[in-house]
Design a protein around this ligand. Structure first.
Ligand code: HEM
Length: 367
């Protein structure tokens, strides 16, 4: 039998063998594995409110990441990152690789889903005050993962090496000049051996996902260490039942499969496009929608506004747990923090809509 008893505060494992009965092969196999790996340690109790959709958004973000990694590995078998072949290889994946169009579509939509889910998760954490003591460090880890997610979206956009990807890179090359020496990695001259497209590919398939996975491990360990924050309406968790974490994981798995189904349908109905090889010296495309708020700022104040807009947003996110010292978590008791959060959200939505209804303007070379 396992050395571990049932998790503290929980009834015995539902499949546990009754006293005196002979354990079945499945139970014996599980017990043998558990004795060596201690897998039942993850059956620790979590409060019932952790199963609500709002508290499952982080788990769903992680599921979207899993879909991205699996589909990304498939795409990497056929994608060629050399500048002369990149655009052609994406079209080849779509037209000639078995299920290639669908896998690329799922990868594209999973990226959109991960971005939206991460923002919804961030908003849940913000509006339930879950970044307050002792969870400040985990908020900062989350901010870093969010920045990396945006980095993954950007590098992914460049990889298809069509006009949209090329102009996205053009913006970043110009922005890297603005930050002087700090932008060294982004300059085309940084490596005499490899083109910047190959280096962005390396960032997209190994550096960024590797960092996200390392931070996600820390993030999850800290959630376990601090326990999920209580429901702000019931901070003492009075009368709240608990369930093993494995049940919570099962729910996330079920929701994740629904997400995968939705992404699979989107990939069939709205497959992502890929344009022809890029033309230098023109600026005609609109960036992906998640950058539109920055591009409205660019239309108003020039290219450097993209940089400052991003710096201000991330400085605000980093500052949140240090500025807000009010220990209350229920939104009605935090009028200032809640109003500011709503204000930032509304401002970003308005800036996004403004870019959607504006003709793309030219800024590159206009520093
Ligand atoms: C980008 C990928 C991210 C993943 C995969 C992720 C995953 C998770 C998961 C699984 C949880 C457990 C509770 C839940 O699901 O709500 C969690 C909690 C938490 N996350 Fe994230 N997260 C991400 C980004 C962020 C961001 C952007 C922030 C904030 C800036 C953040 C801050 C936190 C905090 C403070 C907690 C503890 C919340 C509590 O105890 O109620 N996370 N995260």
């Amino acid at each position: 039998m396992s050395r571990h008893g049932p998790a503290e505060g929980l009834p015995a494992h539902p499949a546990s063998t009754p006293a005196g009965a002979h354990p079945g092969i499945l139970r014996r196999t599980l017990d043998t594995i558990d004795e060596r790996l201690g897998i039942r340690a993850i059956e620790y109790p979590v409060p019932a409110h952790a199963n609500r959709l709002a508290f499952s958004l982080g788990g769903l973000t992680a599921f979207a990441l899993l879909i991205l990694i699996v589909t990304g590995i498939v795409l990497a078998q056929f994608y060629d990152p050399s500048p002369t072949a990149a655009n052609e290889s994406v079209r080849d994946i779509v037209q000639n690789v078995y299920l290639g169009r669908w896998v690329r579509g799922v990868h594209f939509w999973a990226a959109e889903a991960m971005y939206v889910l991460a923002i919804l998760h961030l908003a849940r954490v913000y509006f339930t005050g879950a970044y307050k003591r002792p969870r400040e460090a985990n908020w900062l880890i989350g901010v870093a993962m969010f920045a990396l997610t945006i980095g993954a979206m950007f590098t992914g956009t460049v990889l298809k090496w069509d006009q949209e990807g090329f102009e996205a890179l053009g913006h970043n090359l110009e922005l890297s000049k603005l930050v002087g020496g700090l932008g060294f990695w982004f300059t085309t001259g940084f490596s005499a051996q490899l083109s910047i497209l190959v280096r962005l590919y390396v960032a997209h398939v190994s550096v960024i996902p590797g960092l996200i996975l390392a931070l996600l491990t820390l993030h999850a360990l800290l959630v376990k260490y601090h326990k999920i924050s209580p429901d702000p309406r019931n901070p003492g968790e009075a009368g709240e039942s608990a369930e093993p974490f494995t049940h919570h994981l099962r729910r996330i798995g079920a929701l994740g499969l629904v997400l995968l189904g939705g992404l699979g349908v989107l990939a069939v109905l709205f497959p992502p496009t890929v344009g022809p090889t890029p033309v230098e010296g023109i600026e005609v495309t609109r960036p992906p929608w998640m950058y539109w708020w920055m591009f409205t700022l660019e239309n108003w104040a020039g290219l450097s506004a993209i940089l400052w807009g991003g710096v201000v947003l991330f400085a605000l996110l980093v500052a949140v747990p240090f500025i807000d010292r009010n220990p209350k978590r229920y939104w009605r008791q935090r009028p200032v923090a809640v109003s500011l959060g709503v204000l930032v959200l509304v401002a970003m939505i308005v800036l996004t809509v403004l870019e959607a209804i504006t003709t793309p303007a030219e800024h590159l070379g206009g520093l």
